[in-house]
Design a binder for this molecule. Structure first.
Ligand code: GLY
Length: 392
C-alpha cells in the first residue's frame, strides 16, 4: 500500500533523547568490538549476527573506521581515535600497494577513514592516502560518455557502465579539488553525476541500479540491475544511494537542478515504504511480504534527507526532516541491536544481496548486519544529536 506524507506524520518521531540513548547503545557495541577490529576489520556483513575479522579488502572496510571516528567524536575517548589512526595507516598501505582497488569505491573506502582522519586530526597519512585514492578513482573516468566506470578493467566493453552507488564516491573528488586547488577532480565528479542522473532516473522517479554506455558513441545504452529484483524494479539501497548522493553533490556544487532530482528520488522512496517504514530490499515488495528488509537503505536515506534539508526552503526542509525522524524512530525501535550476545553489529536486518531470477547475485548477508548499515545509522544519530561536520 502506498504511503502518504500525511500518513507517515502519525508515526512516532525520533528526538534527541531517543537518539542519545541509541547512540550510547551503539557506542557500547563499538567499544566491545574494538579489541577484535583494530588491526583487522569486520567482514562486509555478519554471519548469524556476528562479523568475522578480515584484512583491509573489499569496498566496505572504511565504514568501520568511520564508525570509530563517530564514536570518537561522541565520546572524545582517545581509544577510538587511536584505533582509527591504526586503520588509516592500513589504508595508506592499501592504496600504495593497490590492494583490491580495481573498482570505483574509493570514496566509500577513503572518505570515512582517511578524509575523516585529516579533517578531525590533521593526519597527513590520511590526507596522502585519500589524495592517492582520488587519483586512482580519476583513472576510471571515461571521457567517452563522461562517467566513472564502476567495475572491472577500465575501458573494457563488457564493463562499460556506471552504477548509482557511485554518487557516494564523488565527494572524495570534490574534496581533492578543494585541497589541491586542481579542478579536474571536481569536473569529473560533476560530469559523472550529470551523466548518471540522465541515465538512471526513470519517469516514475524510481532508479536503475546500473547503466551501460555505448562505447562507440558515448551515449547511454541500457539499464540493468545487479542487486535489484528486476531490471525495471527499484532496488531499495540503490534508491537510497541516489538520495544521499544527490544531497552530497548539492553540498559541493550548489546546482539548483539537483533539488528537483532529490525530491523526485526521495519522494519515490518514502511513498513506497511499507507500513513499519523499514524498506524491503527491493520496492517490488510491500507490507506483508516475507522477503527480507534492508535496514541500511533506510539509514542511508535518512542521512541524505537530513543533509539536503539544510539547503531547502522551510516547507521542504520540514517535510524531509519529519520523514527522516520517523524512519529513524522505526530503525531505533525495530532494527537497533540491543544485545551484544545476539550480534556484534549495530543495525540488524540489512540485506547485502538477494538472489532473484533477473539479477546476477547470490544470497549474501540476508537479514544480517552490514558495516555500511552500522555506519549510516550512527551518522544519522550523530546528525540528530549535533551540528555534524561531514567526513564526505
Ligand atoms: N555499493 C554496493 C552495495 O551497495 O551493495
Amino acid at each position: 500500500m502506498a504511503q502518504t506524507f500525511e500518513g507517515i506524520m502519525k508515526y512516532p518521531a525520533a528526538d534527541k533523547e531517543m537518539a542519545g540513548k541509541a547512540m550510547e547503545e551503539a557506542v557500547r557495541i563499538v567499544r566491545a568490538d574494538l579489541g577484535e577490529f583494530t588491526e583487522k576489520f569486520p567482514s562486509s556483513n555478519s554471519f548469524g549476527g556476528f562479523y568475522e575479522a578480515t584484512d583491509n579488502v573489499e569496498w566496505t572496510t572504511g565504514f568501520w573506521t568511520g564508525v570509530l571516528w563517530l564514536a570518537y567524536e561522541h565520546t572524545k575517548d582517545e581509544a577510538f581515535k587511536e584505533a582509527a589512526l591504526i586503520q588509516v595507516d592500513s589504508f595508506l598501505e592499501r592504496i600504495k600497494n593497490k590492494i583490491d582497488v580495481n573498482h570505483h569505491d574509493m570514496g566509500f573506502l577513503f572518505s570515512l577513514s582517511c578524509v575523516a582522519a585529516y579533517k578531525l586530526t590533521g593526519s597527513q597519512a590520511g590526507k596522502e592516502a585519500a589524495l592517492m585514492a582520488a587519483d586512482h578513482l580519476a583513472e576510471r573516468y571515461r571521457e567517452n560518455g563522461k562517467f566513472l566506470q564502476a567495475w572491472g578493467n577500465v575501458g573494457e566493453a563488457s564493463e562499460y557502465r556506471l552504477i548509482i552507488d557511485c554518487l557516494l564516491n564523488l565527494p572524495i573528488l570534490y574534496w581533492a579539488s578543494e585541497v589541491t586547488g586542481k579542478k579536474h577532480y571536481a569536473r569529473m565528479a560533476e560530469n559523472h553525476i550529470k551523466t548518471a542522473m540522465k541515465c538512471v532516473l526513470r519517469e516514475d522517479d524510481s532508479t536503475y541500479h546500473t547503466y551501460f554506455i555505448d562505447m562507440e558513441t558515448g551515449q547511454p545504452a541500457y539499464g540493468v540491475t545487479h542487486q535489484g529484483n528486476r531490471n525495471n524494479s527499484a532496488w531499495a539501497r540503490g534508491q537510497a544511494w541516489g538520495i544521499y548522493g544527490i544531497a552530497l553533490s548539492y553540498y559541493y556544487l550548489r546546482d539548483e537542478s539537483y533539488i528537483d532530482l532529490f525530491c523526485r528520488v526521495t519522494d519515490f522512496f518514502i511513498r513506497h515504504l511499507p507500513d513499519d517504514l523499514i524498506p524491503y530490499w527491493d520496492f517490488d515488495f510491500d507490507t506483508g511480504s516475507t522477503e527480507p528488509r534492508d535496514s541500511s537503505a533506510a539509514a542511508i536515506a535518512v542521512c541524505g534527507m537530513l543533509e539536503m534539508a539544510k539547503y531547502l526552503d522551510e516547507e521542504h526542509a520540514k517535510k524531509y526532516t519529519d520523514m527522516a525522524y520517523r524512519i529513524m524512530a522505526a530503525l531505533i525501535d525495530r532494527c537497533a541491536n540491543k544485545d551484544v550476545k545476539q550480534s556484534n553489529g549495530i543495525l540488524l536486518h540489512g540485506t547485502y544481496a538477494r538472489d532473484s531470477k533477473d539479477n546476477t547475485c547470490k544470497n549474501r548477508g540476508v537479514d544480517e548486519c552490514n558495516t555500511w548499515g552500522d555506519y549510516f545509522y550512527m551518522e544519522a544519530l550523530t546528525r540528530i544529536l549535533t551540528d555534524w561536520k561531514m567526513y564526505w
